[in-house]
Design a protein around this ligand. Structure first.
Ligand code: PA5
Length: 442
């Protein structure tokens, strides 16, 4: 069996799309060269490109030590962050965890996530959960000034200090932020928190293999060394797969497929898709261009979005994350009466049925005019997730340059913030406040 993730495009590329893929080959090679030589737009944010192979032993040991500290004293660890300071850790932890870990007692603390929304009830419920329990905080913000994690950190820091005292809080709050800039750096220095640096040249959505992702993943009890080792494998030997994916998706885009739906048949991969949507959405959606990244969880969404995919407007293609082996086996029992008519699959394991659903869906969607790209993973573990992360990151860089955008900035995310700050009457935004008030009067 193959020991790396693989891209299969034979159900996606035919006719015009295949011709486009062939025509794109030179452009894609040039895009890869631009990325690797650091000669393209956004080239001051390429620190992720050789990150896996340059993570040093000392950093891994430090992260493991911080994780051990939090695991030794805390029942809950709240990881506070949003966007690139949230999704990577959430995706890896969800992918590796027992699906019902939240309801089971187990080894080590439960990792919770806050600061990724401004839901008052969400924060209230989390405060209610940790009240009276020992908890720690990992606060993650590259800029150190983002509103959502800022609010959550202020609330939980205050709660922790009042509940457990300043000394406990100081031991069990870790800040992950810029080396020098931002409010969080200043606060961490003043309070004496342990800190980790987000390198200047690694943007949020490319930062999961820095302490941004590695620390919460280690706190959750997973093997960050295997994760990094998997990423190193793709860094060193993944280019063929990277180019295959980057070319295929751009060929489909050129042929009117404006939406890429990342589909999985494993509930544990839901947040991998959320991470992927940020990576590709923020990297490519510029200058009124870009493939719109969407996602579905199958077979669940075959009973809802399946209709739209099979039969709606023909502007989408599907990329299926196809997993080889499950971690556990569950056999469907025989029933003497067979009132539900399921004895024809009695004795089979559940994943056999899932695999047939996956194959049947592929055939149906291809017949319905939805090209299917497939990314195969032997199983879901740290190593293959590391491979997948680096594969998607590099393919994203190449894809962005094929498309002709700067894949490493995100100017569009500032628009809502400007309006929100004006509406909140944040100091320094007086003129914008006056303008927005006048606009809302009309
Ligand atoms: O990818 C990005 O750059 C963004 O999504 C950021 O990660 C997100 O806005 C959070 O920013 P920060 O880490 O500065 O709080």
């Amino acid at each position: 069996m193959n020991d790396k993730i693989q891209v299969i495009s034979k159900y996606a590329l035919d006719g015009n799309a295949l011709k486009s893929a062939e025509a794109l080959r030179m452009t894609a090679m040039a895009a890869k060269q631009t990325l690797e030589s650091g000669s393209g737009a956004g080239n001051d944010f390429l620190g992720w490109l050789h990150l896996p192979s340059s993570i040093d032993e000392q950093l891994l040991q430090d992260i493991e030590r911080s994780a051990a500290q939090l695991r030794s004293e805390c029942e809950y660890v709240i990881s506070i962050g949003i966007g690139g300071s949230y999704l990577g850790a959430k995706a890896v932890i969800e992918a590796l965890s027992d699906h019902f870990a939240a309801y089971k007692s187990g080894n080590g603390p439960k990792v919770l996530f806050a600061g990724s929304n401004i839901g008052e009830d969400y924060l209230y419920d989390m405060m209610d959960l940790v009240r009276g329990h020992k908890f720690g905080i990992i606060v993650i913000s590259k800029s150190g000034t983002t509103t959502e994690p800022g609010i959550a950190f202020r609330i939980f820091k205050d709660m922790l200090e009042k509940q457990e005292g300043k000394a406990f809080a100081q031991r069990n709050i870790v800040a992950v932020t810029d080396a020098r800039r931002g409010a969080l750096r200043g606060l961490a220095t003043q309070e004496g928190y342990a800190t980790y640096v987000i390198p200047d040249d690694v943007g949020g959505r490319f930062s999961v293999l820095t302490p941004v992702g590695l620390l919460p993943i280690a706190v959750a009890g997973f093997d960050i060394r295997a994760l990094v080792a998997g990423a190193v494998e793709m860094e060193k030997e993944g280019d063929e797969q990277v180019m295959h994916y980057a070319i295929a998706r751009n060929a489909l885009y050129k042929n009117g497929k404006k939406i890429e739906v990342l589909a999985n048949f494993s509930p544990r991969l839901h947040f991998i898709a959320e991470w992927w949507k940020q990576l590709y959405g923020e990297s490519e959606g510029k200058g009124h261009k870009g493939i719109f990244p969407a996602s579905v969880d199958f077979t669940t969404d075959l009973h809802s979005m399946g209709q739209m995919i099979q039969d709606g407007e023909r502007t989408l293609f599907e990329t299926v994350l196809s997993v080889g082996d499950q971690q556990h086996e569950v056999i469907i029992p025989r029933d003497e009466e067979d009132l539900d008519g399921l004895n024809y699959i009695a004795g089979k394991n559940v994943d056999y049925v899932n695999k047939m659903a996956e194959l049947g869906t592929r055939l149906a969607h291809v017949d319905g005019g939805v090209p299917n790209l497939i990314i195969t993973m032997p199983t879901v573990n740290e190593r293959y997730l590391g491979q997948l992360i680096y594969f998607f990151e590099k393919a994203c860089g190449v894809s962005g340059y094929i498309l002709g955008v700067n894949p490493f900035d995100q100017p569009g995310v500032e628009a809502y913030k400007k309006n929100m700050f004006a509406l909140l009457e944040k100091p320094g935004h007086e003129q914008a406040t006056a303008q927005i008030k006048a606009r809302l009067k009309n």
